[in-house]
Design a protein around this ligand. Structure first.
Ligand code: NAP
Ligand code: HSE
Length: 434
């Protein structure tokens, strides 16, 4: 039985996918049953690092999505439109979908899954989070009996690559970003990576699977890595931390006014103790650390972006669909593979978060400044774990503070008051600590 594939997009991931499909030797024999039937691109005349017959290339992507001979559509064009419309069109025509497009799934998941369930087709998205790391399937299947307490992930390869190079080589932000773009890690618009928006899309998807409800992107707190400086990386290291962009989905603590079915959802650079398993995840690698009951802690780790790893995830999804189609004449959506959420998760505001903070102050260099900082923090119940005067820069004293666990709202109130003190010049960095 041969399954005909309509491949939309032949860029970084599309080429990686086609390369796997065109070299089945030594892989699972089911790959021999997959035929790249048509390929849609924007520019047919482009030179590509793959040998694809020009006869199957087209710029008419809708014709592929509606072609009665195509069984499975692989959407690898990225962006919102025409990706969303093509996916919906293909579903309408009874095609199964494989996509790596976290931007579309995190925004239009409910619409897409609803349409897919009505048509009894699958929408598979392993490549949308964590590149080559199998994490979507484990969340849907192997971990599904667990009550998930938290997911803490490094889920953007580009920013992890940038932070690692800044930390290990003192590299310049813009140079490393250009490097990540050349290596095919970054999004078409790398602002999505750097501002944390790509990680936000991904944690919405993971959170939705783990906590069985859709998540509205606007409910997720998000900060990117642009404000991270070499000074913060150095001070963090001196305090035995590394800085990583973390995406977190977690049950809100039960001891607040909130019931336990509310969640915290956030993306921000975070100081992680060097002893934490996530601290050693470097370069383009990603890792997703999951805590649940009864499993305890489990971590998924591997390459988070790039052609080969991402294509591995794409083709694994195609194989899953092909295996089902091969064994079932009438594909009834498999209860663990399809997505059938009925509700939206409730997310608590960031001001309710309880966390430690790192803050760096530039102040006048005179006696009593640390005392004034301490009394302002005390007034808002912020207790301090450490206060270090790190040096003098341009006649200003630099003071680094790490707090104990504090309610974010209280910490922000204290900072507002500190900001207005005449001895304070500026607060260049405020970061959360894991
Ligand atoms: P890419 O290199 O920019 O490739 C995009 C492909 O789609 C190109 O072949 C392009 O055609 C085609 N395309 C784009 N817009 C089109 C349109 N309007 N009409 C027709 N063709 C169009 O992107 P990528 O890096 O492979 O990413 C693809 C998807 O995978 C995105 O959703 C991305 O977020 C996701 N993803 C990427 C990675 C990664 O490491 N790169 C990892 C995980 C997930 P031309 O070649 O003719 O320009
Ligand atoms: N731009 C994304 C990243 C690609 O850097 O993680 C993988 O989703």
């Amino acid at each position: 039985m041969v399954f005909k594939i309509g491949l939309l997009g032949l860029g970084t991931v599309g080429i990686g996918t086609a390369k796997i499909l065109l070299s089945p030797q030594g892989r699972h024999p089911l790959i021999n049953e997959l035929e790249i039937y048509r390929v849609g691109v924007r520019d047919i005349s482009k030179t590509r690092d793959i040998n694809i017959s020009p006869n199957i290339l087209t710029t008419d992507l809708e014709a592929i999505a509606t072609d009665p001979d195509v069984d499975i559509i692989i959407e690898l064009i990225g962006g919102l439109e025409p990706a969303r419309s093509l996916i919906l069109k293909a579903i309408e025509h009874g095609k199964h979908i494989v996509t790596a497009n976290k931007a579309v799934i995190s925004r239009y998941g409910p619409e897409i899954f609803d349409a897919a369930n009505k048509k009894s087709v699958y929408v598979m998205l392993e490549a949308s989070v964590g590149g080559g790391i199998p994490v979507i399937q484990p969340l849907k299947e192997s971990l599904t009996v667990n009550r998930i307490h938290s997911i803490t992930g490094i889920i953007n390869g580009t920013t992890n690559y940038i932070l690692t190079k800044m930390q290990k080589e003192g590299a310049d932000f813009a140079d490393v970003l250009a490097d990540a773009q050349k290596l095919g890690y970054a999004e078409a618009n790398p602002t999505a990576d750097v501002e944390g928006l790509d990680a936000k899309d991904k944690i919405a998807i993971l959170g939705s699977l783990a906590f069985s409800g859709f998540i509205k992107l606007e409910d997720i707190y998000c900060e990117g890595i642009r404000q991270i400086t070499a000074a913060d990386i150095t001070y963090a290291a001196q305090l035995n931390f590394v800085i990583k962009l973390l995406a977190i989905a977690k049950q809100a603590p039960k001891n607040t006014n909130f019931t336990s079915d509310k969640l915290q959802l956030r993306v921000h650079p975070t100081l992680i103790p060097k002893t934490h398993p996530l601290a050693s995840i470097n370069d383009v690698d990603n890792a997703i650390f999951i805590e649940g009951e009864p499993i305890g802690q489990v971590m998924f780790f591997g390459p988070g972006a790039g052609a080969g790893p991402t294509a591995s995830a794409v083709v694994s999804d195609i194989m899953n669909i092909a295996a089902i189609l091969q064994t079932e004449t009438e594909p009834i959506p498999h209860p663990l593979l399809s997505c059938t959420h009925q509700k939206y998760c409730e997310i608590v505001p960031i001001k309710e978060l309880i966390t430690r903070f790192y803050a760096r102050f530039l102040t006048q260099d005179k006696p009593g400044v640390i005392g004034k900082l301490g009394s302002c923090f005390g007034k808002y119940s912020v207790s301090l774990e450490s206060v270090v005067q790190t040096g003098i820069h341009n006649q200003l004293a630099e003071i680094v503070v790490v707090t104990r666990d504090v309610r974010e709202g209280n910490f922000r109130q204290a900072l507002e008051e500190i900001q207005s003190l005449d001895v304070i010049n500026s607060i260049p960095s405020i970061l959360r600590v894991l």
